[in-house]
Design a protein around this ligand. Structure first.
Ligand SMILES: [Zn+2]
Length: 189
């Protein structure tokens, strides 16, 4: 049993490393370094990185990039809304920083199965830090499944130091005169 759990932890870390590679790509492109991958049946089916500066669009977060790749592909392949919902319900997202409120709401509406994230997003986190959109009970009894989503299983703190260190590099390179932060920086996304 214990060996099995260890194997699972190694697998989660391997997936998060792929998300960190995406975050690193974002950093190299002078973007706030957040990256993600979406896994289905143990295969990476989409990857995304934050592209808010490049696109001059504040909503182009890593998660949205990855989600849009799948939506475009599945719609092109003629999948129905029900088929698309079924595919998302088998997908797991690995993202280097806690999804923001916008992304958490989108993931919940799409019905993603599970999310693993790195560091917390103290400013805009939608998976517990500010709002808890992943828990389907949080809206009370009037909660509407279509507008609020079904919620998803969510686990944070996966390789968080690596994710935070990318943010530090970003803020240090972006503003060389900035005073050294005395606490981990959350992304301003
Ligand atoms: Zn977001």
């Amino acid at each position: 049993m214990e060996a099995c759990e260890t194997e699972e932890i190694i697998y989660i870390d391997e997936c998060m490393k792929l998300a960190l590679e995406q975050a690193n790509l974002a950093l190299n492109n002078l973007e706030v370094p957040v990256g993600c991958v979406i896994i289905e049946d143990e295969k990476v089916i989409a990857a995304g990185r934050n592209r808010t500066n490049e696109t001059r669009n504040a909503t182009r977060h890593a998660e949205m990039e990855a989600i849009d790749i799948l939506l475009e592909q599945w719609q092109r392949n003629g999948l129905s809304k029900a088929d698309i919902a079924k595919r998302f319900s088998k997908c797991t997202l690995y993202v280097t920083c806690e999804p923001c409120i916008m992304c958490a709401a989108a993931l919940s509406i799409l019905g993603i199965k599970e999310v693993y994230y790195g560091c917390a997003n103290d400013k805009f986190g939608g998976c517990g830090s500010i709002l808890a959109l992943h828990t389907s009970e949080s809206g009370g009894s009037t909660r509407d499944e279509v507008s609020q989503g079904r919620g998803f299983k969510c686990t944070g703190g996966i390789m968080a130091p690596e994710a935070i260190s990318l943010f530090r590099s970003f803020y240090e390179q972006g503003n060389p005169n900035a005073p050294k932060p005395h606490r981990p920086l959350a992304p301003s996304i």
